[in-house]
Design a protein around this ligand. Structure first.
Ligand code: CTP
Ligand code: CA
Length: 221
């Protein structure tokens, strides 16, 4: 099929990227979600394809454009995203977990539309599965895992904790409170840390460039 003039330094690798937001259904017409656009994950998916990899993208709702050479799996909830990722995982060489997965899902009201009544509303939530942690912990020899850390405080400390807790090879952290960084932006200002303890702060850059440089880093680990 279609091939690009790019270094084929990921040829023979199968890459899985999770991207975009999850949606956690509450009643028949409402859900819990976040403003993730899927831009960072789409950038990884395209970068991996340009470098010769076979790519699976597990896309939350609202995820944008992806070349048709990338195998797309559209999902809605955190549970759906986990199921899709888990069923692919044994065939994957590199997992890139960029999705903004809901940490909690509302206890469902049901399929009817909730009708307003009193002045207050209390909704209970239960924890979702941590996709990166579950698959990172189940990592086999040769499998590589890149995770993200979205933080507003103590970026460097929290990234290192996530690197260990999720058995990742690389964590890319960003301060989501900084302008030009994080949810729904075209650029990102990140810090990278790897399992060998190497760490670097990178300047603000377009997300496609960040993705490319993270893969450069992974291939040199
Ligand atoms: N992640 C995941 N599944 C979840 C939650 C998070 O796969 N249920 C992944 C994200 O895709 C990201 C990484 O874990 O690569 C870190 O997500 P983040 O929200 O920054 O951290 P959490 O571990 O969820 O902790 P907290 O939100 O409390 O900081
Ligand atoms: Ca989280």
């Amino acid at each position: 099929g279609l091939r690009a003039l790019a270094p084929q330094d990921m040829a023979g690798q199968t890459v899985m990227v999770t991207l975009g937001p999850t949606r956690e259904k509450w009643d028949g017409v409402r859900f819990w979600s976040n403003p993730s656009s899927g831009t960072m994950g789409a950038s990884f998916a395209v970068a991996a394809w340009l470098r010769g990899a076979k790519v699976h993208a597990i896309c939350g709702q609202g995820t944008p454009w992806l070349p048709s050479v990338i195998t797309r799996h559209d999902v809605t909830s955190a549970a759906d995203m986990y199921e899709a990722a888990d069923s692919l995982w044994n065939a994957i060489d590199i997992g890139v977990f960029t999705a903004a997965v809901a940490d909690y899902t509302p206890v469902p009201f049901g399929d009817s539309k909730f009708k307003k009544g009193g002045d207050d509303l209390t909704v209970s939530f239960t924890r979702t599965v941590d996709i990166l942690k579950t698959l990172g912990t189940a990592k086999q020899d040769g499998q590589k895992v890149i995770g993200f850390a979205a933080e507003t405080d103590n970026l460097h400390d929290n990234m290192k904790k996530k690197l260990a807790a999720k058995n990742a090879d690389i964590i890319v952290g960003n301060n989501v409170a900084k302008s030009g960084s994080g949810f729904g932006t075209a650029t990102n200002e990140v810090c990278i840390v790897d399992k060998n303890g190497r760490q670097e702060d990178w300047p603000l850059a377009p997300k496609p460039e960040v993705a490319w440089r993270v893969f450069d880093w992974l291939l040199q680990l």
